[in-house]
Design a binder for this molecule. Structure first.
Ligand SMILES: Cc1cc2nc3c(=O)[nH]c(=O)nc-3n(C[C@H](O)[C@H](O)[C@H](O)COP(=O)(O)O)c2cc1C
Length: 387
């Protein structure tokens, strides 16, 4: 394990620092996946397995890592995925994240179940951010959230479709975070663990106001603790949703509509048929159905099926700039990162995420240069070294 006196150089370094700083219940909430965590492991392993072709002598003295997507220019093909309850890991984590993302020139996506609200994030954001929404049983709340997102300037909506029911996350069950326990974990061991993490306790527990889910407080007026919010949200996931609901949503939302959580060509085609501008090929970071393929493994068939009808994002296991290049080479327009950004914020706040994103940018530029491409738009399947 690298000494904590050294400067972090990778996603894994930030993960280790976050592990020391966070109470176990919160570290496990981020780090864990569903079931035996096979899909979670596959997400990272599949990226590592994808070999790149080194090319030399191609004049890579001027590199352009930028792309244009959804009406925006991105400094590299990477965005920050929606992460629920971020503000429990660091004081107002979503604000720190949107500032770091803006400084790095990449999109930030706010979760429905974030601690900071759309309105609070909008005040801190320097450029339009994205919003992620679930289909809640309370369709009035869904309509109002869409309206609120629009009025604070959100132009891209990630609509998550892989949460008809919540995956069985064993670490959360063990820690008392799900399966009937309180959100602060098993009371006795949980509270002791908080006091063993005083930096977190002072920053978040005392100063962070982590007990309100900002986007939802208007719809759950009686909720006063995270457990109340979690109970409401768990009861709100709508297992009856079909593509018909997406067609209806398409009529209500005039901005970019991106369907998050497809893994098969059939579902990707159905999303495009329902009017989506893009899809996120994703297994929800291995947190939903353990045993499904990684987003990366599912990507080629989906790219084939869509043939440019909708933009393609991929997530699950993206950790480095090489992975960003691999994602594009395998058929995606861009990649999302989840755990790495929340670990960087949990570890060192806005400065940590800024630094992590600059490391990814550096890696991405190195990967471009050594695979012999000068522009991100030139990255394609020819960069992969198929055995
Ligand atoms: C702690 C945590 C919370 C998450 N919360 C949400 C959420 O609120 N909405 C959503 O659509 N996806 C959520 N996801 C899934 C991420 O958006 C993303 O798909 C996944 O983290 C990508 O995998 P990676 O963590 O390996 O990068 C969450 C993931 C994690 C790890």
């Amino acid at each position: 394990m690298p000494s904590l006196n050294l400067r972090p150089a990778s996603a894994d370094d930030y993960r280790r620092i976050a592990e020391r700083r966070l109470p176990r219940v919160f570290f496990d909430y981020i780090d864990g996946g569903a079931g035996a965590e096979q899909s979670l492991r596959d997400n990272v392993a599949d990226f590592a397995r994808l070999k790149l072709k080194q090319r030399v002598m191609r004049d890579v003295s001027a590199l352009n890592p930028k792309i244009d997507l959804f009406g925006e220019t991105w400094s590299m093909p990477l965005a920050l995925a929606p992460i629920g309850m971020g503000g429990m890991m660091r004081k107002r984590a979503e604000i720190q994240a949107v500032k770091a993302a803006d400084a790095a020139g990449v999109p930030f996506c706010l979760s429905t179940v974030a601690i900071c609200s759309l309105e609070e994030v909008a005040k801190a954001a320097a450029r339009p951010f994205w919003f992620q929404l679930y289909m809640l049983k309370d369709r009035g709340a869904v309509r109002e959230l869409l309206q609120r997102a629009k009025s604070v300037g959100v132009r891209t909506l990630l609509f998550t479709v892989d949460l008809a029911v919540v995956g069985a996350r064993y670490r959360d069950i063990r820690n008392g975070l799900s399966g009937g326990g309180g959100l602060y974990g098993k009371l006795r061991s949980g509270i002791i663990d908080y006091f063993l993490h005083p930096a977190w306790l002072v920053d978040v527990g005392v100063g962070g106001r982590p007990h309100v889910f900002g986007n939802l407080s208007a719809y759950v007026p009686k909720a006063t603790t995270p457990t109340d919010f979690r109970a409401w949200v768990d009861g709100q996931f709508d297992a009856s949703v079909t593509w018909k609901d997406i067609e209806a949503l398409r009529k209500e939302w005039s901005g970019n509509l991106v369907i998050k959580g497809v893994l098969t060509p059939e579902d990707a085609r159905a999303a495009a048929d329902a009017g989506a501008d893009g899809v996120v090929v994703s297994n929800h970071g291995g947190r939903q159905l353990d045993g499904v393929a990684s987003g990366l493994a599912a990507l080629p068939l989906i790219a084939d099926a869509l043939r440019g009808r909708a933009k393609i994002l991929v997530d699950g296991g993206v950790r480095t700039g090489q992975d960003v290049l691999r994602a594009r080479a395998a058929g995606a327009d861009a990649a999302l990162i989840g755990r790495p950004w929340i670990f960087a914020v949990a570890a060192e706040g806005e400065a940590g995420l800024k630094r992590y994103l600059s490391l990814v940018m550096h890696d991405f530029r190195v990967a471009m240069a050594l695979t012999g491409v000068s522009a991100a738009s030139e990255i394609d399947g020819r960069l992969l070294d198929h055995p």
